[in-house]
Ligand binder design. Structure first.
Ligand code: FMN
Length: 437
C-alpha cells in the first residue's frame, strides 16, 4: 500500500490508534462569549475531522481551573467542575461514533499570555511583561498583524502580571488534578498537559520569565519543579494505566530563555517518572510509583518567538528537535506542521518521529487522511495564517481555502444515528472508589 507507514496503527500507553495522524490541538474559539461550554459547532467541527479519517483527535486547549478561566486566550473551553461534564461526555461520544480516539488538552493557565476581559493583571511566576517583536513573527503573520494592530483582542503584551504565591501554585495544581479526574470520568481516551508556547509551565521553566528566589525559581531543578509537580498530580489523579502525555516547546529560541539541552533534561525526568514513589496525603506510608509520560507532543518557541511554532514552510527544523527529544524519552513522540503526505510518509518511515499532527491543514481539508488513503487530491493549506489572525481578533476560526470551516453546525451529513439503547450515566472508575460515598 502507498503511504503504508501513515496507516500503521500506534499504541500510546494503553490506547490503540488506527493511524499516525493526530489533529493538532487548536483553539477554535467556537465556544462563544467565553462561557467555556461545548456547543453544536464544537461537536460538529470535531465530528468532521474524526469522519475524515484522523486517528487521534487532540482537543483544543481546555482551561482546567477557575482561575485559569478568568485569563483565557480570548475564548476557551472549560473543564473544572461537574457542570462541564455533559458537554465533554457528548464530545467524546460523537468523536468515538465517527471512529477516532480523543485526548483532551488541559491547561493549568496561560500566565502572562492570558487576557482578563477587564484588564486585570494575570498570575505568573514573576511580574515580567511579554515582549513581542515583529521580526519574531512568521513573515505571513507579521504582515497581517501590522495591518490590523488596532483590532487585536489579544494585544496585552504591555500588561504586567503579578507573582503567584506558593499557596496559589499549590491550589492551582490541586484544582488541575481534579480536572484530570473529570476528564477520565467524561470518557476521554487520554490527557495531554498543555505546557508549550510560553504558557504557565513554560514561564516557570524559563529563566527569562521566572526570576523567583523561592523553591520555584533559580536553579534548573527549581524552574522545572512546577511542570514536574503538575505532571505528578495528573498521574496520581488518572492512575498508572491511563494515557498521559505533555506538550512542550523543544526550545525557547530567546537569548536568555531555556535551551534545547535544558528541555532534554526536563523530558528525561518526565519520561522516567518517579520510580521511588511519592506519598499521597492520606495514604499512610505507602509510596505510590509514578510512571512517566506515555507520549510527548512537541512544539517550539513561544508568543515571543512565534515563527518557530507557526512556520511558513514544512517544519523540518522542529522535526530535528523532536527527533532529538524522542531519543531521550523513548515513548511515542508527535511533531506538527508537516502537511505534504509524501513528507509525512518519509519522516515516519525513517523513524524520525512516531506521529504527525495536522493543524491548519485540517482547516483547509478535514478529509486529508481519507483522501490520502483513496489517492484523491487534497485542498492544500497555504499557511496564510488568516485563521490565526481571526483568533487574535477574538473571532472564531474560519479558513480562506475552505469556506465550510467554522460552519460545521449546519452540515446535516454529520448527524449521528440515535443510539437504540438509552445511555447510562457516567461512572466513577474503580481507582476513585473513595468518591462514591
Ligand atoms: C487557530 C490555532 C489555534 C491553536 N491553538 C492551540 C492550542 O490550543 N494548543 C496548542 O498546543 N497549540 C495550538 N495551536 C498550534 C497548533 O497545534 C500547531 O502546532 C501549529 O498550528 C503548527 O502546525 P500546522 O502547520 O499543522 O498548523 C494552534 C494553532 C492555530 C492555527
Amino acid at each position: 500500500m502507498a503511504y503504508e507507514k501513515i496507516f500503521k496503527p500506534l499504541k500510546i500507553g494503553t490506547c490503540e490508534i488506527k493511524n499516525r495522524i493526530a489533529l493538532a490541538p487548536m483553539n477554535t474559539l467556537y465556544t462563544i462569549a467565553n462561557n467555556g461550554l461545548v456547543n453544536d459547532q464544537v461537536l460538529n467541527y470535531y465530528a468532521k475531522r474524526a469522519r475524515g479519517g484522523i486517528g487521534l483527535i487532540i482537543t483544543e486547549c481546555v482551561l482546567a481551573t477557575a482561575l485559569a478561566s478568568k485569563f483565557p486566550y480570548t475564548t476557551n473551553l472549560h473543564l473544572y467542575h461537574t457542570g462541564h461534564l455533559a458537554g465533554h461526555e457528548e464530545l467524546v461520544n460523537v468523536v468515538h461514533h465517527f471512529g477516532a480516539k480523543i485526548f483532551i488538552q488541559l491547561s493549568i493557565g496561560f500566565g502572562r499570555q492570558g487576557h482578563a476581559l477587564d484588564g486585570t493583571p494575570p498570575p505568573a511566576p514573576s511580574p515580567i511583561p511579554l515582549e513581542i517583536k515583529p521580526e519574531n513573527l512568521p513573515p505571513s503573520l507579521a504582515k497581517l498583524v501590522l495591518e490590523n494592530m488596532g483590532l487585536l483582542a489579544t494585544r496585552r503584551e504591555e500588561q504586567i502580571p503579578y507573582e503567584m504565591t506558593v499557596e496559589e501554585i499549590k491550589n492551582q495544581i490541586k484544582e488541575f488534578q481534579y480536572s484530570c479526574l473529570l476528564a477520565v470520568i467524561a470518557g476521554y481516551d487520554g490527557i495531554e498537559i498543555h505546557a508549550p508556547h510560553g504558557y504557565l509551565e513554560h514561564q516557570f521553566f524559563s529563566p527569562r520569565s521566572n526570576k523567583r528566589t523561592d523553591l520555584y525559581g533559580g536553579s534548573f531543578e527549581n524552574r522545572a519543579r512546577f511542570t514536574i509537580e503538575v505532571f505528578e498530580a495528573a498521574r496520581l489523579a488518572v492512575g498508572p494505566n491511563f494515557p498521559l502525555g505533555i506538550r512542550l516547546s523543544a526550545n525557547e529560541h530567546m537569548e536568555d530563555g531555556f535551551t534545547h539541552e535544558d528541555m532534554k533534561r526536563l523530558v528525561a525526568i518526565l519520561a522516567a517518572g518517579n520510580p521511588m514513589g511519592s506519598r499521597r496525603p492520606g495514604v499512610g506510608n505507602n509510596p505510590i510509583p509514578i510512571p512517566g509520560i506515555d507520549y510527548l507532543n512537541i512544539s517550539d518557541g513561544s508568543y515571543e518567538a512565534v515563527k518557530y511554532f507557526f512556520p511558513d514552510e514544512e517544519a523540518f527544523h522542529m522535526l530535528g528537535e523532536a527527533t532529538s527529544l524522542k531519543e531521550v524519552v523513548k515513548v511515542p513522540t508527535i511533531c506538527p506542521s508537516i502537511h505534504d503526505p509524501n513528507n509525512v510518509e518519509k519522516v515516519l518511515k525513517e523513524d524520525k518521529i512516531d506521529m504527525i499532527s495536522l493543524g491548519r491543514q485540517t482547516f483547509a481539508d478535514p478529509d486529508w487522511v481519507n483522501k490520502v488513503k483513496e489517492g484523491k487530491k487534497i485542498k492544500k493549506c497555504i499557511r496564510c495564517n488568516r485563521c490565526l489572525l481571526r483568533t487574535l481578533q477574538g473571532l472564531p476560526v474560519r479558513c480562506f481555502i475552505n469556506p465550510e470551516t467554522g460552519f460545521e453546525k449546519y452540515d446535516e451529513s454529520l448527524r449521528m444515528k440515535i443510539p437504540k439503547k438509552s445511555l447510562i450515566g457516567l461512572k466513577i472508575p474503580d481507582q476513585f472508589a473513595s468518591l462514591r460515598g
